[in-house]
Every structure is written in C-alpha cells, then in structure tokens.
Design a binder for this molecule. Structure first.
Ligand code: SF4
Ligand code: SF4
Length: 347
C-alpha cells in the first residue's frame, strides 16, 4: 500500500475533479428521524455541496450501485423462426464518494461471491471495475459492531481512503487512478510525523468503536446454539418483512425469472434480490417450504451471515454496520441476539 498526504483544502478540488469525469454518488441528507437525527442515503450528486461527508451512516447501503434490487440480465426476441438475444453491461464511469470502511469491506465480501467465485458475474464486474471509490474514515455510528468484526479499518478495495490527521488527510492509495488523481492536487510523501498522527487518530477511533463484543468463537457458538430457545424468542417478534436484507450491504440472495410478452415474441431474464426472512424464500417446486416459520428463517439469516459464509469464504458476511438493527420494525438487533446466545452458554 502506498501512503500520501493531501492538504485539507485540496479535498474539494479532488471531489470536483472526480465529478467532472464520472457520475458521482455520495452521502446526501434526505431528512431527519423522529429524534431529529439526520437521515442520509447514497444518492447521485452533481456538486460537492450536494454531499454531507460528516454523515454517520446511510439508511440503505451502496450495494444497489453494484447489485441493483432488480436487473435485466438479457432480453430476447423471436422473429421469422429465429431468435436474437441482447445483453448489456453498465460500463459508464461512476464514482462512489465518501464510503466508510465497513461499506468498502462489504464490497470485498460481494467481490468474493460475484467476482472471485467459480462463476463471476460480468454484470457485477463491469460495475465494480468502472466505479472509482473514495473512502473516508469516521467516528463510529450508533449500534455498529464493526470493530468486533475487524471491519472498522480497510486495506484494499478502494482507489483512495482518507483519514483526517489535522491539517491534512492521510491518504491510502489503492490504485494507479487514485494516485494520478491526488498527485495532480499536490499530494506529498508521508513523514514520520504524519504516520504518528495517523496511528494516534486510528487509536482514538478504535477506542470509540470498542463495545466489548467478542465474536471470535461465533461460528462454534452458533453450532452449539442451533436448538436454543433464543431463536424462538426473537423469531416470535420477526415480521418476516425482509427489510433487514434489503438494507444490508452484503445480502445478495436473489432469484432469476423470465418475463415473456403476451404474444410470446419477446422476453427478458431478470434477476431480483430476495430475502431469506420472507415467507416464500425456501419454498420449492411442489409447494414444500423448508423454513416455514419466522424463527427458522431468522435463524437461517444469522447462520448464513456468521457461520455458512465463514466456512465458504473464511470470514463472516456481516460487516457490523447495524443497518438491519436500525431498520427492523420489531427491534431485532444483531448485537442483542448474539449477546443473548453468548450469555446462554456462559463465559
Ligand atoms: S428481522 Fe426485523 S427487518 Fe428482518 S424480517 Fe424480521 S422484522 Fe423484518
Ligand atoms: S447483517 Fe446487519 S449488521 Fe451485518 S452487514 Fe448486514 S445490515 Fe450490517
């Protein structure tokens, strides 16, 4: 990894240069919640002023810019006894500006599924490769448990990642295009003093993020607690609404279906995100539902996040952003569920 420093005054120019060359998406304030706290979303932005980089978190993640809720994979048309198919990939340059470490780590999880697994998705890859990512460090947000999962810091998966060290930013450079960009705005080699300031700032943020949660043995704990009554307790509250998966930056489960025109002359293959907590998620041909109760579906979600994904990809799928906990109308939060499971088995 290459590190540079960037003067604070140059930040605006860097962002404006990005916006001049690509479609920009950044954290925008869209309202306030009932406590008066600002609500932010990652939305298209044309000007520096459109974005609020002091944001805490966003309600939805940036997943939609790589894995949209609904996406046309191909269209096809039958004519004169033959047929033709059209497949389009999004190749226009886009920049995601102001992503936090957990959200970049979430993209690295999606990379494992859609870019590095046996069958890479060209739809995902074209978006990922054509998206410039400028990340920024931040103080922890409410209810997040990123530190327990090691996702409060990020080492790759971005073009630039900035940490505020006083009069300048400590810039981690993750790509040639990131380096070329900040070199045009007077980026400097780091000094020992810059490194000390960076370490001090990371220590300050880490202390704020610490919440005493230890998830080291969580996969084993889940094996032991498969029949725990705690699943019935939280399952009884679950509304099976699917909101948790929709706001989650790493939930990628989806289905693919065909939509055919009434005259059978044209059709489309469509991918649409699904949620494992929805009642029909595990319904198979013939109508049998392998997970007919909210309890079984909620439990499955936790096991995929913290058990199955670890077995397949050597780290949890969850990055600890607590978007699911904040959005859940039933008040189900991952930290509470996990703490209860831990308390049940004891120290
Ligand atoms: S856990 Fe909460 S958000 Fe998720 S499906 Fe159940 S009620 Fe909805
Ligand atoms: S499961 Fe919840 S806390 Fe974990 S990444 Fe998804 S939304 Fe964030």
């Amino acid at each position: 990894m290459l590190y540079k420093t960037l003067r604070k005054e140059a930040f605006r120019s860097v962002v404006e240069a990005i916006l001049a060359g690509s479609e920009g998406v950044g954290p925008r304030r869209v309202g306030t919640d009932r406590r008066g706290k600002p609500i932010h979303q990652f939305l298209p932005a044309e000007r520096f002023e459109d974005m609020d980089f002091s944001y805490d978190t966003t309600e939805f993640s940036a997943k939609t810019y790589f894995l949209p809720f609904r996406e046309k994979l191909s269209t096809y048309r039958f004519t004169d006894g033959d047929w033709e198919q059209e497949i389009r990939y999004r190749a226009e340059p886009r920049a995601l500006i102001g992503l936090h470490a957990c959200d970049i780590n979430a993209l690295l999880r999606l990379d494992k599924v859609f870019a590095r697994d046996w069958y890479p998705s060209p739809y995902y890859l074209s978006r990922r490769r054509n998206t410039f990512i400028l990340g920024i460090d931040h103080d922890p947000c409410e209810g997040a448990f990123c530190r327990a999962l090691g996702t409060d810091t990020v080492t790759h998966g971005f073009d630039l990642f900035l940490t505020d060290i006083g009069e300048s930013y400590f810039a981690a450079v993750g790509s040639d295009r990131g380096l070329a960009l900040i070199e045009g705005f007077g980026a400097q080699p780091i000094t020992d003093e810059d490194s000390h300031r960076y370490v001090a700032e990371r220590k300050r943020i880490a202390a704020l993020t610490e919440n005493g949660l230890n998830l080291n043995n969580l996969p084993n704990l889940l094996d032991i607690e498969f029949k725990s009554p705690i699943w019935a307790k939280w399952g009884a509250k679950c509304l099976s609404c699917g909101t948790c998966a929709m706001v989650c930056p790493t939930c990628y489960c989806h289905g693919v279906y065909e939509r055919i025109s009434m005259d059978f002359r044209e059709g489309a293959k469509i991918r649409q995100l699904h949620s494992c907590t929805l009642v029909d998620f595990a319904v198979v041909a013939g109508g049998h539902n392998f997970r007919p109760t909210p309890e079984s579906r909620l439990k499955y979600r936790y096991y995929h996040q913290h058990r199955g994904f670890v077995e397949q990809h050597e780290e949890p799928k969850c990055v600890g952003c607590n978007r699911c906990g904040r959005a859940c109308l039933a008040g189900i939060t991952p930290v509470e569920v996990i703490r209860e499971l831990q308390e049940e088995v004891g120290p």
